[in-house]
Design a protein around this ligand. Structure first.
Ligand SMILES: Nc1nc2c(ncn2[C@@H]2O[C@H](COP(=O)(O)OP(=O)(O)OP(=O)(O)O)[C@@H](O)[C@H]2O)c(=O)[nH]1
Ligand SMILES: [Mg+2]
Length: 618
């Protein structure tokens, strides 16, 4: 009975699909090709590369951060496509997107093959029972190894316990950059038609009934300066119409008599305003305030909320402080407790994988998320909006199981030149990593696999890039919890710290040459307790970096002009987050990123250290 009903209710005029893959395997590029070839844009319209990566930070970093939907018309069928991010920190976006679709394109790079995030996204798609189309992309690569990659994908499906129907996935070969798809490698093709046809034949239209009670699960939120909050999601059943009342089913309460100010369907990258919406489509509505992701909009009488969206828990946490540095308030527009709290609360309205918690201090908030990159994106976004604040070193989120402290674990996959195995293995074992696999492919590169507490990986990436001279590839995958591993040494160098307020002088910088590496230029204004460099030894070093040369009436033999100063190391936001230690903070303003000791007073810092070393017995 239900089966027949399903067939009856399928809407054949729609297809809802998600594109999922490991980072950089070409999802956004493929969506561009599909947009171009579906005639969504007029012939003379130029489409920029990866047009779906519309946020500034997405363009700058060349990665997708937020999942976004677009719609194309192919023949008489509307295909809603969700482009998802491939970086592990944004996995929450993928989980959420899979709620909207009836199938997924799993993209795999023809040379890299399935990587950790391929596994993560495929696992989520399989557990949602979605049919998969495998797309082997970048077939133009010189180093493509398509047969091997294909068998690795089959292994992955088996490993993830895919059922028989799931494993009989169709395969399409693409060059997303050129907009070419093929059923077989040897086929001649000059467009994506084989991909479009496979989507239509292998992924069914949504099960949706216009006559049933309205159920619209809010899966994404957008903000439009004209209409305010816009809720996006799939209209599972029923209709939505203007001038009609609906209920909003929240987490704990349901409210009635809501009306919309506008209803939208998608076409290409645009929202098109319409008078009514039909079930099965991916749609947007405006005019309802205080919606959160996971809410259902349903009939005014007898509302039927859908299950709320569940996604994996966050694994790292950072504290956001109101800026109390000596330079506070000089550069930012928004800096009070209220500003920061409101901004963070706004963030979690749409960023479902983040959590914001109050702490015992009113000027400090705890932000929890999936990783350091996700945090860095939030921090960078806020500073560009004019916010000024401080953040602490990221920490992993632990919990107790049967009275035991448990911490998150990660599987790390590393691909490095043979001669770097020693140094990388040493560094990872110091951080409590345990090697679980080693494969020498015989052409100078080696693949290693480690199990390591997530804590051990915080701040590891830049070290890894330095050690492998940029030739290393590292991927990681969250892998459950294990009992606490004890102390893990983090940064083993000390900080060079300014011991008074003032401006950095050339003269003082020259004197620092053999002490370590500076982060500041001559002329930079610094304060007592600000970190100005990395020391080449383990303890912190407080220095007077504002020292002027004593004036003498004798000319020195070596004139200043002959001494060349090494240029300072400019730390990016991401590098600064990696650099800071537990007792340090990052001060972030629209113009500057400064590193500082949490306790600015040198005497107090010393006595704190003494107390700590007594209590830890070291
Ligand atoms: N040679 C070649 N390069 C491709 C192809 N498809 C994509 N690329 C390149 O691969 C890089 C990554 O492409 P994106 O489309 O941003 O990848 P993505 O999967 O959307 O990445 P994330 O969203 O960050 O996970 C870009 O430099 C593309 O130009 C292809 O078929 N062949
Ligand atoms: Mg992308």
């Amino acid at each position: 009975m239900p089966l027949n009903n399903d067939i009856y209710m399928r809407k054949d005029n729609f297809r809802n699909i998600a594109i999922i893959a490991h980072v950089d395997h070409g999802k956004t590029t493929l969506v561009n090709g599909m947009l171009k070839q579906s005639g969504t844009f007029l012939a003379h319209q130029e489409i920029e590369d990866r047009v779906m990566d519309s946020m500034d930070l997405e363009k700058e970093r060349g990665i997708t951060i937020a999942a976004k939907n677009t719609a194309i018309q192919y023949k008489d069928i509307k295909i809603n496509i969700l482009d998802t991010p491939g970086h592990a920190d944004f996995g929450g976006e993928v989980e959420r997107s899979l709620n909207l679709v009836d199938g997924a394109l799993l993209l795999v790079d023809s040379s890299e093959g399935p990587l950790p995030q391929t596994r993560f996204v495929l696992k989520k798609a399989l557990s949602n029972n979605l049919p998969i189309i495998l797309v082997i992309n970048k077939i133009d690569r010189q180093d493509a190894r398509i047969d091997e990659v294909l068998s690795e994908v089959y292994d992955l499906f088996i490993d993830l316990d895919a059922n028989d129907t799931q494993i009989e996935f169709p395969i399409i070969y693409t060059n997303a950059k050129e907009g070419i798809a093929k059923h077989k490698l040897e086929d001649q093709s000059s467009n994506l038609t084989p991909l479009f046809e496979t989507i239509l034949s292998k992924i069914e239209g949504p099960i949706a009934d216009d006559k049933k009670i309205t159920q619209f699960l809010v899966t994404n939120l957008d903000y439009d300066s004209y209409v305010g909050q816009v809720a996006i999601g799939r209209l599972n059943h029923g209709k939505l119409e203007m001038n009609t009342h609906y209920s909003l089913c929240g987490k704990d309460t349901t409210s009635n008599n809501h009306k919309f100010s506008a209803l939208y369907t998608f076409k290409g990258l645009k929202r098109i305003q319409v008078a009514s919406l039909e079930a099965g489509d991916i749609i947007a509505v405006s005019g309802l305030d205080n919606i959160t992701i996971g809410d259902t909009i349903s009939a005014n009488d007898d509302p039927k909320p859908l299950p709320r969206i569940i996604i994996d828990e966050p694994t790292v946490s950072m504290f956001f402080y109101v800026n109390n540095s000596p330079f506070a308030g000089k550069e930012g527009k928004y800096l009070t407790t209220r500003h920061i709290n409101e901004r963070l609360q706004k963030e979690i309205l749409w960023n479902v994988s983040l959590q914001v918690l109050n702490t015992d201090r009113t000027d400090v908030f705890e932000v929890r998320g999936r990783g350091e990159l996700q945090m860095a994106i939030l921090i960078e976004t806020m500073r560009r909006e004019g916010y000024e604040f401080m953040v602490s070193k990221p920490r992993v989120i632990t919990h107790e199981e049967n009275g035991k402290l448990m911490e998150p674990m990660e599987k790390v996959f590393i691909d490095i030149p043979e001669d770097k195995v020693g140094v990388v293995t040493d560094k990872l074992s110091l951080r409590k990593g345990r090697m679980t696999n080693l494969e020498n492919h015989g052409h100078g590169r080696v693949s290693l696999e480690f199990m390591i507490p997530s804590r051990g990986l915080i701040g590891f990436r830049s070290q890894f890039l330095t050690d492998t001279q940029g030739a290393g590839i590292m991927n990681k995958l969250f892998d459950g919890y294990a009992p606490w591993f004890g102390r893990i040494p983090q940064r083993n160098s000390g900080a060079i710290v300014a011991d008074r307020n003032g401006n950095v002088t050339n003269y003082a910088c020259i004197g620092m040459a053999d002490r370590g590496e500076l982060f500041v230029n001559a002329g930079t204004e610094v304060y007592d307790g600000m970190i100005i460099g990395e020391r080449n030894r383990s303890e912190d070093l407080a220095v007077n970096i504002t020292r002027e040369k004593k004036l003498t009436n004798m000319r020195s033999a070596t004139s200043d002009a002959t001494v060349t100063l090494r240029p300072p190391r400019q730390l990016s936001l991401d590098q600064s987050i990696e650099f800071i230690a537990e007792d340090e903070l990052l001060e972030v303003t629209p113009q500057s990123i400064r590193l500082r000791k949490m306790e600015l007073d040198q005497v107090k810092r010393l006595s704190l250290r003494k107390k700590e070393s007594y209590s830890s017995g070291s």
